[in-house]
Design a protein around this ligand. Structure first.
Ligand SMILES: Cc1ncc(COP(=O)(O)O)c(C=O)c1O
Length: 528
């Protein structure tokens, strides 16, 4: 694919009902054989193994479908979206959508049968991977001493950092007085939300108009005897790297606080800068972003928490230890913050990350950083040549991503960033990431062309963006009413604000629909 040649794209439209509306009573995907007499005699009826108070009185109303129906349903759904492996997914800035090598799935097959309660003696190889990845790889990359892979994502890792800080303050008898966390508005929102969930008050610093980040003077004014810590992303979501970060951590330490580094935007600084030299006491990497594992957020993901030797005793349990001959799972750690996740956390994510780092080596990781920075610079040149785009703040050099603005385009055409991202889908490109809220940058969008994407990919993505911007000037209505070639059309957002019209569960939906139909006098049995 070369610059200038746009592909034709059209998503399939299956009009697929939700799974609860498919199938028929009695339909089955699998018939479970009844229990053999010998087992029944030895164990008794399975029902009696479940405590009385937990037994259902009526069976759950699960969908009843055959295997082909289930397969068809999920394949159709998978065709209705533009996934990471289907499109040039470089628009999802702050998410680092990179290729996850498929050969790693083969490695994973070998641990697929491991039971979470298996005796550690029988999973020494797996424990070695967990131990080595923390003690050798991430330690070298960050300079932090000890790691835990328990948290199931970045926000949970920040929560773990906040719990470690809370425990540390509690041990020092300072929890009552030190209760403020300082963060910045362009750090990820979880750097405020997670400490707030752990009981801290949040002080948010806003950017200086010229620098695009808060000044060091603003930090000095914010610290006090109430400062518990600094929770900060660097580079921030604007792609701006705070070059005075070591001064920031010094100021916070001097005020008596600790510093937690959100390194989820670490792609372009791997092997370049380290948390320890920057003065941080703890932090985390998102293995599902920077280290190639597929995303999963707080589901199948992993926020790898790292701490200095002084904070190691607070890490969540179990901690993988090695005595020179055996790997163990240590639970008996009196100062630990306890458990943040069941069993060993999302182990497959760690194994993929380990395989990825091992396949690249130290030089390869550094090359990842350099390539992603180069790609960002190249895309920047292409984007800034498109009419209507702006790059807020005077800071020229950005690291892994840039938060641009369509404000000029909006003023000139009425077409905003949400219209542009929907229209991109009509060209087979996943809608891009705008910004977390509040939008400090007006009409924002934040691409991140990490090392995965080739020059041709970047050229194509920029060509689509240029095409859509040109359409905004020539035919704004087409862009405003997009998408036109996707599996769904533009949605009316009004119902999102009306609790009577949305539901979080199928049961709640049926209840609300039933109430609506009763009110209209149309209630009655529905066909399969
Ligand atoms: C800088 C930063 N910190 C934290 C997070 C939160 O990670 P997660 O979505 O895994 O909770 C993200 C998400 O991508 C992020 O970009």
């Amino acid at each position: 694919m070369t610059d200038g040649a746009l592909r034709r794209y059209h998503a399939p439209v299956w009009n697929e009902p939700v799974v609860s509306e498919l199938g028929r009573r009695g339909e089955r995907g699998i018939f479970v054989p009844s229990t053999e007499n010998g087992i029944r005699k030895a164990v008794g009826p399975a029902r009696t193994l479940v405590p009385k108070g937990m037994r259902r009185r009526v069976p759950p109303r699960l969908p009843e479908l055959s295997q082909p129906q289930v397969l068809r349903h999920f394949l159709r759904l998978s065709q209705s979206v533009l996934g990471m492996d289907l499109n040039i997914d470089l628009g999802e800035g702050t998410c680092t959508m990179k290729h996850s090598p498929k050969v790693h799935e083969e490695v994973l097959r070998r641990i697929a049968e491991v039971h979470p309660l298996q005796d550690p003696e029988t999973i020494q190889g797996l424990l070695e991977i967990l131990y080595e990845f923390g003690h050798t790889f991430l330690r070298e990359i960050s300079g932090l001493d000890a790691f835990s892979f328990q948290p199931g994502g970045g926000s949970e890792a920040v929560y773990t950092n906040a719990c470690i800080l809370r425990k540390h303050l509690e041990r020092r008898g300072e929890l009552e007085t030190r209760n403020e966390i300082i963060t910045t508005i362009f750090s990820h929102p979880c750097d405020a939300a997670s400490p707030a969930t752990a009981g801290f008050k949040i002080v948010t610093l806003y950017p200086d108009e010229r620098m695009g980040r808060p000044t060091t003077e603003a930090l000095k004014a914010a610290v006090s005897k109430h400062t518990a810590g600094l929770f900060i992303t660097n580079p921030e979501d604007t792609g701006i790297f705070n070059t005075e970060i070591d001064e920031w951590t010094r100021i916070v330490h001097e005020a008596g606080g600790l510093c937690a580094y959100d390194q989820a935007n670490a792609n372009a600084i791997l092997g370049v800068t380290r948390a320890r030299e920057a003065g941080f006491d703890m932090g985390f990497f998102n293995l599902h972003k920077t280290f190639s594992s597929p995303h999963g957020s707080d589901g199948p993901a992993c926020g790898a928490v790292g701490v200095t030797r002084e904070l190691e005793r607070y890490l969540p349990v179990p901690v993988v230890t090695f005595d020179g001959s055996k790997y163990r799972l240590e639970y008996d750690r009196p100062d630990s913050i306890g458990k943040v996740r069941d069993f060993l956390g999302s182990v497959p994510v760690v194994v993929r990350a380990y395989a990825w780092a091992l396949s690249l080596g130290a030089d390869g990781l550094r090359q990842v950083a350099e390539t992603s920075m180069l790609n960002n610079r190249y895309l920047e040149k292409k984007i800034l040549a498109i009419p209507g785009v702006g790059k807020p703040y005077a800071v020229d050099a950005r690291v892994d991503q840039i938060r641009y603005s369509w404000q000029k385009l909006k003023d000139e055409t009425g077409v905003g960033t949400e219209d542009i991202e929907r229209r991109m889908v009509d060209y087979g490109i996943q809608s891009y990431f705008l910004s977390h809220h509040p939008w400090v940058v007006p009409e924002p969008f934040t691409p991140e062309p990490c090392e995965t994407y080739s020059k041709a990919d970047i050229d194509y993505w920029a060509t689509v963006l240029r095409q859509v911007a040109a359409e905004a000037y020539a035919d704004p209505q087409t862009v405003k009413s997009a998408p036109h070639r996707s599996s769904i059309s533009k949605m009316d957002p009004a119902p999102f604000d009306d609790p009577a019209r949305w539901a979080m569960t199928w049961r709640a939906f049926l209840r609300k629909r039933g109430a609506g139909e009763r009110a209209r006098g149309t209630a009655g049995p529905r066909g399969p």
